[in-house]
Design a protein around this ligand. Structure first.
Ligand code: FMN
Length: 330
């Protein structure tokens, strides 16, 4: 079966499956494996720390695969966003994903340079704004996913269909997805691609420790370290106050406050776990409710193949197949 959507056309990938961005370890190691397996790998600029190292890593990736991959710019938490963006442009990266507030200038510059622009958001309202600003696609992370939570964020089951009713550009669903069922459900809800963060971390190619991967396999989504962090949304007043303070203190200090306000009481739990595992990379969240779909550590190719094969099996199983054929999703 062909899995062609507007997202595969935009990315040039075989499957509409995109790698999440990871501030601590999102380098070419995992991105190349994802692109080689038919998905779309993402190098996280923030994980490389400097523009020079980003350039080297893009070149390294290019030496290992002829498949396309993209770069993530996490505008709120990374250093040198302008310089990093220019490196991605100069190195001919075809797609850049931005995340965080005020992406419009970056989007404009990317588009002017002929680079496709995806913007990642937590709220449907912000997806609509990105569409108005000219984004080629929007990635919507539901409450079930990892990431800073905003007061307007909803669970994916509600956010994606609601967005699909209003947004014309392609939608990529993210948050809590890690297997064939989640993948297919996202497409049925109106998304044309998915992005997996947690699920790709439990792969052999992901450059994190085996203990961390085992913690994902053993992870129970009802444990406070996953559940509270995922579902706690900040109070609108506290969030507004926080955003006002953004430029009035050192970034590290502000990010600590940000993590506390946007994750309810769960920050301490995650920090404790980070200490226990000796993982700096956990600083802003270890994993999401998607641990529910993580049963073992596999290769990236095994994970992507299992999602695609599983989805094809579901679609061809009776009576689902006849149902699907008689009323194709709109
Ligand atoms: C350890 C970790 C670090 C992350 N760092 C970033 C980041 O720096 N920038 C970003 O845009 N998203 C970051 N994310 C979010 C993922 O890119 C993705 O949006 C999210 O994991 C999707 O939810 P899922 O984990 O349920 O699949 C991170 C996620 C994890 C688990």
């Amino acid at each position: 079966m062909e899995w062609n959507t507007r997202v595969t056309a935009l990315l040039g990938s075989k499957y509409p499956i995109i790698e999440g961005a990871y501030g601590g370890f999102g380098t070419s190691d995992l991105a190349v494996a994802v692109s080689e397996a038919g998905g779309f790998g993402i190098i996280t600029a923030g994980a490389l720390r400097t523009p020079e190292r980003l350039r080297d890593d893009i070149r390294r990736a290019r030496s290992m695969t002829d498949k396309p991959f993209g770069v993530n710019l996490s505008l709120m938490i990374m250093s040198y966003p302008d310089e990093m963006r220019e490196v991605a442009i100069e190195e001919g990266v075809p797609v850049v994903e931005t995340a965080g507030p005020r992406p419009d200038e970056h989007g404009r510059r990317l588009k002017e340079a002929g680079v496709k622009w995806i913007h990642k958001v937590g709220a449907v309202r912000h997806a609509l704004a990105a569409e108005r600003q000219g984004a080629d696609a929007v990635m919507i992370v539901g409450l079930d996913g990892v990431g800073f939570k905003g007061p307007l964020q909803l669970p994916g089951l509600v956010a994606i269909p609601w967005a699909a009713k209003q947004i014309k550009i392609p939608i990529i669903a993210s948050g809590g997805i890690g297997d064939a069922r989640g993948f297919l459900a996202a497409l049925a809800m109106g998304a044309e691609g998915v992005s997996l963060g947690t699920a790709f971390m439990a792969t052999k190619e992901c450059p994190i420790s085996d203990r961390y991967k085992q913690a994902l396999v053993d992870g129970d989504p009802t444990a406070p370290r996953f559940r509270d962090r995922a579902l706690a949304t900040p109070k609108p007043e506290a969030f507004a106050e926080l955003m006002k303070e953004r430029d009035s203190m050192p970034q590290e200090e502000w990010l600590r406050r940000f993590a506390a306000v946007t994750s309810g009481g769960a920050t301490d739990e995650v920090d404790e776990l980070a200490e226990e595992l000796g993982e700096e990379t956990l600083a802003f969240g270890m994993a999401s409710l998607a641990v529910a779909s993580v049963d073992r550590v596999v290769t990236v190719k095994e994970l992507i193949d299992s999602i695609i094969q599983g989805a094809e099996e579901i679609l061809s199983a009776e009576p689902f197949a006849s149902l699907w054929r008689s009323s194709p999703p709109r």
